[in-house]
Design a protein around this ligand. Sequence first.
Ligand code: BGC
Length: 498
Amino acid sequence: MPPQTGKEDVFVTPAEHGDPLEVLPPQLQKERQRLEKLFTVDTEMLKKITKRFGEELEEGLQKQGQNIPMNITWVTSLPTGQETGTYLALDLGGTNLRVCRITLKGGDAEVEQEKYSLPSSIKTGTSDGLFDFIADSLQNFVKDHSSDSQEDGELLPLGFTFSYPATQDRIDHGLLQTWTKGWDVDDVEGKDVAALLRSAIEKRKIPVKLVALMNDTTGALIASRYKDPETIIGAIFGTGCNAAYIEKCRNIPKLKSYDQNISKTGTGNKDDIMAINCEYGAFDNSHKVLPRTPYDEAIDNESPRPGEQSFEKMSAGLYLGEIFRQAVVDMWRRGVLFHSEPGRVDQDGKDRKNIEEPYTIDTEFLSQIENDESEELADSKRLFEATVGLPNGENQLKPLSPDGQELLFLRNLAQLIAVRGARLCACGVSALCQRQGVTTGHVAADGSVAIKHPHFRRRWEAAVAEILDSEVGKIQLTSAEDGSGIGAAVIVALNMAK
Ligand code: BGC
């Protein structure tokens, strides 16, 4: 395959119609070229990143405490698809808490669930606040969904999907390594989150027993394997990014430091397997290969954990809109954008946010601009006007109202950022494919970017093929079965059968 840059994908207008951005005035043309240079990751760079990725994955398997931690999950067997039973699952994601009751029916599954939105006071509050919130939600759910078949005193087995990096000594244990995705709850890092949850459950005497703690990627892997034996990797491309896969124990030298567990589980023989939660959002924290822009650097510096999750901060859903916002604010401050419009302060934009405020633009906003098929991008113009505003110097916001050329320019920027994100996401999975020696298979993916972004899958599959010098679609992105629910239930079932 000839080298690519991803640029082929940036222009939605077919080439025979010419470059739609030709109409831009010289100043915007110059900015466009600058941004293209900043955000374009060509095939050669993708391969270089993937190579370094492979090295960091290997380092994580060799020793504890490496940059990509390659966390041992104690998921040591794969489902047959015949697993049955009723289980509870708690799914603590970046945005919501979900409580599910799952009935596995040997291939199929029935899910009843409630979603509780997590207020930001919880995400940056105290440990008690967080675990009380989780246990209260669980208690309400159990009350509302109690089943007649449950006998008095019987404890329902529970799986806890915790979408943050944790060091596990056993399947029902996990020390939080660090908060990611903008979370910053006091006094939890270094603590066993399974024990914290267990104690909140016991305080309320909820009739459940915590059997297993797992990452969302491990859940996606196992839930998808329950139905699809071609699944090779479980991946999340959502608020955060990460993947889990199955490794042979003989390739995990650091397993030796877990002697006790190895003898207990029988794991450690050379043909035994272990699911590994890579936690590769931390890739290249030492900034050796990733082509970071000043906007990526600003996001990192302003985050609660500067220097951490470098890769995630360039590619995951939480950050794509913020990268766009950073670039737009920079160009506005430099007088490149939004100076032709007189700026009208109106009364009906009450929900409008100041574009100078971090995280006012999300990935959904970028997808809408990219997908805008309205004449002269009128829908994007409306979206800007309704969502964000610029300060007018009198403590009021004037709606941000890009003109026609600015809209074209901004759509191009949204595409550049999304294309770069998808291409970078291809590197982690390609490195895992290379290490496993696989050339075909399904990558079961979940998360808002994978599911909702209209072009992600196509861009990602194309980039994987470029990296692996293979045909597009050999490594295929499939939609993960509800990993944080069904995956949790299957993992609990596998552990109860031991
Ligand atoms: C977390 C991972 C998680 C990923 C996707 C990252 O920020 O560290 O544990 O799998 O987000 O949710």
